[in-house]
Design a protein around this ligand. Sequence first.
Ligand code: GLA
Length: 394
Amino acid sequence: MTIAPTRDTATALFTALTGAEPAGVWSAPGRVNLIGEHTDYNDGFVLPFAIPHRTVAAVGTRDDARIRVTSTFADEPVEVSLDELGELFPTPSGATPAVPEWAAYPLGVAWALLEAGASGSGLDIALASDVPVGAGLSSSAAIEGATASALNDLWNAGLDRTALARIGRRAENEAVGAPTGIMDQMASMLGEPDAAIFLDCRSLEAQLVPVGIAEAGLAILVMDTRVMHAHSTGGYGERRAACERGASIMGVPSLRDVSVDDLVRAEELMDDVTFRRVRHVVTENQRVLDTVAILREKGARAIGDLLVASHASMRDDFEISVPELDTAVETALASGALGARMTGGGFGGAAIALIEQAAVQQVSDAVTAAFADAGFAAPVIFTVTPAAGAHRDA
Ligand code: GLA
């Protein structure tokens, strides 16, 4: 995959809007999460990596105090004054943003930067992306990361990558209204080729862990079910509330503070549904730690069972899978995958499979055939390798 077409599209959009060349071009990637799902907002552990698919922001300054965004997501640009951002955001809880949703991401980033003390001139922003939308691959974090990187440079805000990830998360939580954690923004900011990011979501300490997938003769297949999900509504927030309930019953600040051994007591104290939500998070945290240890000691070939256990936990205990995701995972495993699991927030989106490089076509064909047999819409299937995080491109 090359970024050139997306960069050309963003630059052309910018020029069509303004009649000028952009001051610069920045980009940020989507992500796949190898393991550690719904652990981030519980102060736990995650192991995502950035993917080659990116969002590009072509940006220029203006000599007034207006901000105008255009994109491949919609036909109409959106324009507001910088002063107005504080009236538009935060979006009240449960409401939809006062601007079209796609525009709430870049405008939310500008708002969050102003809130953090940054200041600067008005801006024109043109966004183009090849990150699949609604696929659980963090197309939103890619928009936030590209925009935040651009504005950080053009407004001389001097924020580091972790601070920019926090800005992106604030835009997502408070401008868009999706109650997500920080994993996606950190993955998009910190990604490196060939490495996953082992992130402690309590301290935000991040370690790069070489995954060695290609060296082991393996590939990561993404199976996008095309079942669209949105985390600003419904199930995601309910799962989050159940985790908070579980932590409060256990008398701890977050489920990070509950160990696998504590689960016996947890089962006695809470109703069945809350207990199963808690058990998923607690065992998933342990699976992330185990995956990191195994990657370091034995390599990628040995992590398959942990991926499979993670999927079962999300399907049975956290109940965030859907039949299409289960079919993708089961078919990949039946056709020789070493491991497979849904990735991202769930309720749709994509699953990943760890497979032999030589089996890419065979597993893809088997999953496509299984979807047709089940009467599901055709999946979109492709391989990914860990890629670089947000940066300036030109
Ligand atoms: C979405 C959210 C993340 C994380 C995952 C689930 O991707 O944006 O913060 O909670 O779901 O692991």
